[in-house]
Design a protein around this ligand. Sequence first.
Ligand SMILES: [Zn+2]
Ligand SMILES: [Zn+2]
Length: 286
Amino acid sequence: MVPTKERNHTGIFLSYGSEGILLDCGEGIQRQMKVAGIKLTKITKILITHWHGDHILGLPGLLQSLTASEYTRKLYIYGPKETKYYIQKMIDLFAIELSYELIVEEIHKGIFFENDDFMLEVMPLEHGIITVGYNFIEKDKRRINVDFVKKKGIPEGPLLGELQKGKSVIFKGEKITPKEATYVISGKKLTVILDTLLCDSCYKLAQDADLLICESAYSSKLENKASEYKHMTAKQAALVASQANVKQLVLTHFSTRYKNTHEIEEDARDFFNNIICAEDFMKLKL
Ligand SMILES: [Zn+2]
Ligand SMILES: [Zn+2]
């Protein structure tokens, strides 16, 4: 909740093709992005988990700087119920002038964005105020088996297009199926669960994720405190990862009482092995 010398407020930047998705925007995120070498104008969407200060205090400054940076895209902000109200209040309070189109959408449950490449999904969590968790789900991609089509002599063009769509085609009187002429690359899934109590939605969100970024404010020694403040322990995050068949777990959002992450990591490692404790400016490739 309070930034330290080593750790800034929360902000996760997901870069995918021309998309730049910022998940939460705590105080100082603009500067963190500068240090990380990410231009603010790369942002296309901002996803907000909830309206506690440590997750949104960076928003007014960021919205203002985008005007100064001559941002020309449409900026989409997604967040739970009341997000429209809060954004408008923020714009009024700080007299923010927007030189770009800002679209704010309130979301609650299910897929709320989809294009040819990926989907964004949201589910409600339990944290005392309205809070949500997010999934980035990349779609499977069908690729042409170049060796096979060369051997058959199928020319580039509409036939390959049909095969790539998963449809069979007839070439020189022979039926060619997508099974033999193409292969499928599975899409990646990223789950982000920030402030919440352990609840059913955690497991549902994280099911089969390649990467789960999960809060773990406390270790199990302070499980009572965790539930009192509606946060998760590292052990609970690890249990979600293990039961939901997650490949890799990144723990984050640690209470400032921990001077390092040893206790947090040990607490989780008893239940799940592939763990990293997040650090500022950490980069992961999926
Ligand atoms: Zn919170
Ligand atoms: Zn928080």
